[in-house]
Design a protein around this ligand. Structure first.
Ligand SMILES: NC(=O)C1=CN([C@@H]2O[C@H](COP(=O)(O)OP(=O)(O)OC[C@H]3O[C@@H](n4cnc5c(N)ncnc54)[C@H](OP(=O)(O)O)[C@@H]3O)[C@@H](O)[C@H]2O)C=CC1
Ligand SMILES: O=C(O)C1=N[C@H](C(=O)O)C[C@H](O)C1
Length: 246
């Protein structure tokens, strides 16, 4: 049995993870942490892997505390930067432990990001629209940032230049934010859980790649896969695709 701790255990994702780990035949929940709890070598209660779905402002410090407690970590919380990735990579490598951080654990979203990067070199224009429940605290979504970065990297490697856009006046910021030059738009709508559309355009044609999570159970197979695959690794892995052989 894999002994699992959950941080952010009372939250929307954390509570769903607790249920999924409890139902998994090869795992057991041994420790739960939420706001106000302290992570120590004692309080992790023998956990081998911790799953963190907390909040962007605390996720990095949770990971450092979990590594200090001798636990490998699977992270779904968003808000990571190149600098926070670098600090965690260094800590995990020096501790001989593993951290897997994935902006999205839903199979549809992981594949949509992959498909978008595959398609990007063949289209003049690309834009990302992410759509979420109105309780989400961060915008744009971690998934949209990762999607846009993947598209930008694929375009740069293919030698593509600027995208066509004659906009001169945009006083309201209606053209969205930019992630590595790719326009990203965020929608917050009651009734949604998590959706993303990637629009790719050429003269006379459009490709739309869309992924919808209607329920948080959609993230659970990926989270459980992450728990199983993080064991035995060392250092920092970013993206579930990296442990899926994609
Ligand atoms: N990678 C993926 O596939 C997915 C990622 N996410 C991401 O996961 C994160 C959580 O989302 P969601 O579950 O909706 O958010 P919630 O706000 O529902 O849950 C966050 C939980 O973390 C708790 N918390 C606050 N501080 C700490 C702390 N120091 N240590 C441990 N727990 C703490 C919160 O407590 P309190 O409310 O008291 O502050 C709350 O219970 C977000 O960043 C979201 O973007 C979401 C879905 C899928
Ligand atoms: O907050 C959410 O709900 C989600 N957050 C992640 C993100 O920011 O990409 C993953 C998914 O979109 C749901």
């Amino acid at each position: 049995m894999i002994r699992v701790a959950v941080t952010g255990a009372k939250g929307r994702m954390g509570s769903t993870v607790v249920a999924a780990v409890t139902d998994a035949p090869d795992m057991e929940v041994v420790a739960l942490f939420d706001a106000g709890d302290t992570i120590t070598a004692e309080s992790v209660n023998g956990a081998q892997v911790a799953v963190d779905f907390s909040i962007p402002g605390v996720t990095e410090s949770n990971v450092h505390a979990l590594l200090d407690a001798g636990v490998d970590v699977v992270v779904g919380t968003t808000g990571w930067t190149d600098e926070s990735y670098a600090r965690v990579r260094e800590h995990a490598e020096s501790a001989g432990r593993a951290v897997l951080i994935a902006p999205n654990f839903a199979m549809g979203a992981v594949l949509a990001m992959k498909f978008a990067a595959m398609a990007a070199p063949y289209f003049e224009s690309a834009e990302v629209i992410e759509m979420h429940h109105p309780a989400k605290v961060d915008a744009p979504s971690g998934t949209a940032v990762a999607t846009a970065r993947g598209i930008a990297k694929a375009r740069a490697e293919a030698g593509l230049g600027e995208m066509p856009d004659a906009t001169e006046i945009d006083e309201l910021g209606s053209r969205g934010g930019r992630v590595d030059g790719i326009p990203v738009h965020a929608v917050r709508l009651r009734g949604l859980t998590a959706s993303e559309e990637i629009l790719l355009g050429n003269a006379g044609e459009q490709l739309v790649i869309r992924t919808d999570s209607f329920d948080r159970v959609s993230f659970m197979p990926g989270v459980l896969l992450g728990v199983r695959r993080v064991i035995g690794r060392t250092g920092l892995t970013i993206g579930l695709d990296q442990v899926m052989g994609l």
